[in-house]
Design a protein around this ligand. Structure first.
Ligand code: AMP
Ligand code: ZN
Length: 109
């Protein structure tokens, strides 16, 4: 499968990894939109939020808890979590990812 985020998971593509466990990996966004811009992803290839299933609910909770853990470790007092879904929702990479943004006011529509 030609998925850049799966390649990052499998260490076949470079990334600045900031956290990793058996199910989740977090790395710096290559084109940051804020001073802190990380992507937190499941290691398992899930296309988008529109493709999660009931058995993924623990994993989805762990992804959010990972964002909280990273934010606490970095003493981020405020941050924004964003998940784009589908092309019209701004999703460009078809491997589910949670954006963690912090460090400046981020304007969303
Ligand atoms: P989205 O628009 O929600 O699909 O966001 C995709 C994000 O992935 C963008 O913010 C990109 O800058 C980022 N991105 C794309 N390729 C890479 C990569 N190889 N390593 C790190 N971040 C990436
Ligand atoms: Zn993938």
């Amino acid at each position: 499968m030609d998925c850049i985020f799966c390649k990052i998971v499998n260490k076949q593509a470079p990334a600045d990894i900031v956290y990793e466990n058996d199910k989740i990996i977090a790395f710096k966004d290559v084109n940051p939109k804020a001073p802190v811009h990380l992507l937190i992803i499941p290691k398992k290839h899930i296309l988008s939020i529109d493709h999660i299933e009931i058995q993924d609910k623990t994993l989805m909770g762990e992804i959010i808890l990972t964002a909280q853990k990273i934010a606490r470790e970095r003493n981020l007092t405020g941050y924004r979590l964003v998940i784009n879904v589908g092309r019209e929702g701004g999703q460009v990479i078809d491997h589910l990812h949670l954006h963690l943004l912090s460090g400046k006011p981020i304007k969303l529509p």
